[in-house]
Write a protein that binds this ligand. Structure first.
Ligand code: ATP
Length: 281
């Protein structure tokens, strides 16, 4: 695998929702994201995996427009995020790993506020709120202050808020955090219906490899700010040599190899031993 290059992201076409080219983020001298290329097709759940500090959250935050890239381009539903920011953001719903909600609003007020931000028609907002609160089993708490909600209820409310304006792209950082087994089940089947029936795409990052294995059509693995592997689980299995392995085995094999390669490159460049490089990394 080590001498095989990472396959390039396919060329964008009409069936592509997100195109990321050469995405880079520097923090001072440190490169958190190092020239990432991504193409997310319409109607797919696309998983971004990687060890702690790999650059997943930074990548997702740039795609959602929360932080400014140092370099590269991002296009969502045909809109350049830098030049047509509002249109690109309107096509995107974001669910962060921690539910940021306004505790002093009721669930209904919070969702109506989001609908207002997206300039949705009032009657449509009310219908959508009803539909989503029913789906996420929050309807009976619609008039309660959010501060009385459990973490999982807040997370379900954030799902309602992100889906309310009917975005084409849903970006999710750790989708299952705080959800109980019933919530897991709901979200997994929701993902399939969103991509298959509503022609949305979902870009998610997770450490829960069973979730990625169950829901993702395609996966990229990031390490040290770069994509080190991409493909379906079957393709990643072949690439890693773990042909019978579950995603955990495949992930460990691929990320270990990429770290070994980096250590080797550092050692060659600076004349250090592997033990030295481990001590500084
Ligand atoms: P995790 O799985 O632990 O959440 P991650 O893959 O999401 O990790 P990021 O949060 O994207 O990783 O961070 C990538 C690297 O960039 C890390 O080394 C992190 O310390 C660094 N980093 C992130 N944000 C900043 C910042 N604002 N200033 C400096 N360095 C940062």
């Amino acid at each position: 695998m080590t001498d095989r290059p990472v396959p390039a992201s396919p060329d964008p076409d009409d069936d592509t929702l997100v195109v990321v080219r050469g995405l880079t983020k520097h923090y001072g001298d440190f490169t958190a994201v190092d020239g990432i290329d991504l193409t997310v097709p319409v109607g797919q759940v696309f998983g971004v995996l990687g060890p702690n500090g790999a650059g997943k959250t930074t990548t997702m935050s740039m795609i959602t427009g929360l932080i400014e890239p140092t370099g590269g381009t991002i296009s969502i539903d045909g809109f350049d995020l830098k030049k047509e920011t509002t249109k690109a953001k309107k096509a995107t719903g974001f669910i962060p790993d921690r539910p940021y909600v306004y505790d002093k609003l009721t669930a209904f007020e919070y969702l109506r506020f989001i609908g207002g931000l997206y300039k949705m028609d009032n009657a449509h907002i009310a219908d959508r709120i009803d539909e989503l609160m029913t789906l996420f089993e929050l309807r009976e708490w619609s008039g309660n202050l959010i501060e009385s909600f459990s973490h999982g209820m807040k997370q379900r409310l954030v799902f309602c808020g992100a889906l309310l304006p009917e975005p084409r792209l849903l970006v999710i950082d750790e989708p299952m955090v705080g959800l109980d087994p019933k919530g897991h089940h709901l979200v997994k089947s929701l993902f399939r219906s969103l991509v298959e029936e509503k022609e949305m795409s979902i870009l998610l990052s997770t450490h829960t490899l069973e979730v990625a294995e169950e829901v993702c059509d395609q996966i990229v693995i990031i390490n040290h700010g770069r994509i080190i592997a991409r493909g379906t689980l079957g393709e990643l299995r072949l690439e890693s040599g773990e042909t019978d392995g579950n995603l955990e085995k495949v992930f460990l094999r691929i990320t270990e190899e990429s770290t070994d390669e980096r250590d080797h490159a550092v050692a060659q460049r600076f004349g250090k031993t592997k033990a030295d490089t481990e001590a500084v990394s």
